[in-house]
Ligand binder design. Structure first.
Ligand code: CP3
Length: 344
């Protein structure tokens, strides 16, 4: 099969033959092939076995025909090397048994080399690159400092982020020390992935929508910017995805990234105007659209493509991760529709 570089070209805002498309969380539970493996192993074991992680990474490439692979891993993997006790509890999602709440807790966090903390991630990347044989590029990823901090401080997912926000307000020194460590850990983790063969990297700021612009600018943005700046000379596109962040878009774009990922709560044309045309844009179909009929999915694809206006630098994606109960045929129909309707 020919080398498909639509995705990397779009990241660089170069013209493409058709709009590239991949789906956040494309390696996961909506695929029967994933669930078959998941029935035999727990989630962290799957992440730590490079052969399994590589196999799962390739599943959506073969099944959906997407234009990029994203490594099967998790944003929380670097936490273990920091000395944080992480568990994926059944039915509950991630749980941290020793949440970080005080300055003393922050001081104890270890900043070790990514090669030492997560060698299995580099190993999986090497296997995937070998097995892809250039069919599509491979994306590496990390959580953004704030999204990681929110888990580390809250101890789990959260609705209101009260512990994280309370730390910003009552112990700003501890908060900034934590974010500084996380910016360094994220930098090292992504550099390791690039060195191992990741051809683009995405930083997920999944929970940043919990913040107003004042807190984002003061408590978060400087650290996202450090990561983006640190990676500017690595020679691979940097995707900066901020979920539920329509009200923060200018700030997110100013923090940096070659591509800004946007959710579906804003029309793509408005989002791009606010981000600026000197950056590429990724998005932004509501993942739940995939539960609707194929005709409706196609209508929405047309709408998003028309808002992108044929400008170079649009990567089609969902506005957030694909839902675990999504019908696979609808994900396939989406990818096919994006390619067909965007043919240049
Ligand atoms: O995009 C991909 O296909 C790559 C794989 C990937 C996973 N997690 C695999 C996974 C990626 C990119 C992530 C990122 C991730 N992990 C984020 C940011 C992305 C986003 O959606 O905003 C977050 C917040 C996490 C933390 C995390 N890991 C959560 C909240 C959960 C879900 C818990 C649950 O049971 O609902 C996970 C587990 C997880 N990560 C699964 C997968 C496939 C499901 C594990 C399972 O099979 O039970």
């Amino acid at each position: 099969m020919a080398f498909n570089d639509r995705f990397l070209k779009a990241c660089r805002r170069e013209p493409v033959d058709a709009t590239p498309v991949w789906l956040m969380r494309q390696a996961g539970r909506y695929l029967r092939e994933y669930r078959d493996i998941r029935a035999k192993y727990d989630f962290l074991t799957m992440c730590k076995r490079p052969d399994i992680a590589a196999e799962i990474t390739l599943q959506p490439v073969d099944k959906l025909g997407v234009d990029a692979a994203i490594l099967f891993a998790d944003i929380l993997l670097p936490l273990e090397g920091m000395g944080i006790d992480l568990e994926f509890a059944k039915g509950e999602g991630p749980v941290i048994h020793n949440p970080v709440r005080t300055k003393a807790d922050v001081v104890k966090i270890q900043v070790i080399e990514a090669e030492e903390a997560t060698p299995y991630v580099a190993e999986a990347i090497k296997i995937v690159r070998r097995e892809l044989e250039g069919r599509v590029p491979l994306i590496g990823f990390s959580g953004a400092p704030f999204t990681l901090a929110s888990y580390i401080v809250e101890g789990s997912g959260s609705r209101d982020y009260r512990y994280a926000k309370a730390m910003m307000y009552e112990a700003p020194e501890a908060w900034h020390a934590l974010m500084e460590k996380l910016a360094e850990i994220v930098t090292r983790y992504l550099r390791m992935q690039i060195k191992a063969g990741a051809q683009a990297v995405q930083m997920f700021d999944s929970w940043v929508g919990a913040l107003g612009p004042v807190d984002y600018e003061k408590h978060v943005m400087p650290y996202s910017k450090i990561v983006m700046d640190n990676l500017a000379d690595e020679g691979v596109p940097r995707i900066h995805f901020a979920n539920n962040a329509s009200t923060l878009l200018e700030l997110v774009a100013a923090a940096g990234g070659d591509v800004i990922g946007v959710d579906w709560r804003i029309n793509l044309d408005i989002a791009w105007e606010r981000i600026g045309y000197d950056k590429a844009i990724q998005g932004n179909l509501d993942p739940i659209t995939l539960f609707g009929p194929v005709e409706c999915i196609e209508d929405r694809v047309k709408d998003i493509l028309s808002r992108a206006g044929g400008l170079p630098g649009h990567i089609f994606n969902l506005g957030h991760g694909i839902h675990k109960d999504t019908p696979v045929e609808h994900a396939q129909a989406l990818v096919e529709a994006v390619h067909r309707l965007s043919q240049r």
